[in-house]
Design a protein around this ligand. Structure first.
Ligand code: GDP
Ligand code: ZN
Length: 312
């Protein structure tokens, strides 16, 4: 039977089958071997299962993924093999990523937003939506002005108020029938928005996003929450803790949508866009074709990436 993984916990996978029933599955032996070096199965994966008794089964095959959000998790090697990087898949086949911030209280953390966007661009997710909540605290024009650069670079930005019920219908329509990553810093109103969309939904997602595994292992519990309208949501701890460490410093400029178009016009192919002569990115900043704030953000993240790689 075909199905897809909606939950993973301690080596078990909950698979929603074509019959809409949930099967608790383990990986078949061959896949289990492959799973030593990478996550062959994760939430969102489309799988073929062999059913057994009592709603259990075995995952026989995993279909190729259309998008992957992952991070490199360091593991201690077995039998003296040394430490190795193992790809940890946080979610497969997500169709869109929704990053929620507040217009005020808390002030938008644009550097965090930029990191989320880098992660979204790298993962091959089709659609990225920025939600700006709490627009009742400042007026709409002021909210729009804060995020204008992101609209200009082609991102969909939705303005909402979970307090007044503004923009909820638009958000519901965006979520309907799709697999979405839904995340953002705490206090911006994610829980309130989700509760508005569907009673109890905020609490369900929050419980998962705050779950933590005991002991030394990296948090692995992850789950997709089903929407009444059709579609699924994920906000696993892994997503929130995700940093951009898996991005090579040299590829970072390709994930800044507003910077990327200029990169190929720089005189030097390996231009870092800091002090090199003939840098088209710096020229674009001077001509206000790239916002200063985004350029600063790129410089800071690039610096952090270089330091992280130097430590390796
Ligand atoms: P989360 O941590 O992102 O899930 O945020 P919550 O949904 O728990 O909301 C954090 C606080 O912001 C709560 O006190 C909410 O009542 C408040 N809040 C949420 N949405 C809005 C909004 O649209 N406008 C205003 N003024 N307050 C909001
Ligand atoms: Zn340059």
């Amino acid at each position: 039977m075909q199905g897809f993984i909606v939950k993973e916990q301690s080596g078990f996978f909950w698979v929603e089958g074509e019959d809409h029933k949930i099967y608790t599955c383990r990986l078949r032996g061959r896949l289990l071997e492959e799973a030593q070096s990478s996550d062959v199965a994760a939430i969102g994966d489309r799988v073929t299962i062999l059913e057994a008794e009592d709603q259990t089964g075995t995952i026989e095959a995993v279909a190729p993924r259309t998008s992957v959000i992952s991070r490199a998790a360091r593991t201690e090697g077995n039998r003296g093999a040394g430490a190795a990087e193992r790809e940890q898949v946080i979610i497969a086949n997500a169709e869109q990523a929704i990053f929620v911030f507040a217009a005020a209280a808390p002030e938008p953390n644009f550097r965090l937003l930029d990191r989320f966007l880098v992660m979204g661009e790298k993962s091959d997710i089709d659609k990225i939506v920025v939600v700006v909540n709490k627009i009742d605290l400042i007026n709409r024009a002021a909210s729009e002005a804060k995020f204008a650069a992101y609209v200009q670079m082609g991102y969909t930005v939705l303005y909402t108020s979970a307090l007044l019920g503004i923009g909820i219908e638009d958000l519901r329509a965006v979520l309907k029938d799709r697999i979405s990553v839904f995340t953002g810093p705490s206090g911006v109103g994610k829980t309130s928005l989700l509760n508005f969309i569907q009673p109890g939904l905020g609490r369900a997602v929050r419980e998962i996003s705050q779950s933590r595994q005991e002991g030394t292992h990296t948090t692995r519990d992850s789950e997709l929450v089903k929407l009444d309208t059709g579609g699924y949501l994920a906000d696993t701890p892994g997503i929130r803790q995700l940093t951009v460490w898996d991005v090579e410093p040299e590829e970072l400029d390709g994930y800044y949508r507003d910077i990327e178009p200029f990169v190929h016009q720089c005189r030097f192919r390996d231009c870092t866009h800091r002090t090199e002569p003939g840098c088209a990115v710096r020229a674009a900043v001077e001509h206000n074709e790239i916002s200063k704030a985004r350029y600063q953000s790129y410089l800071i993240v690039r610096e952090e990436l270089e330091q992280a790689y130097a430590l390796d």
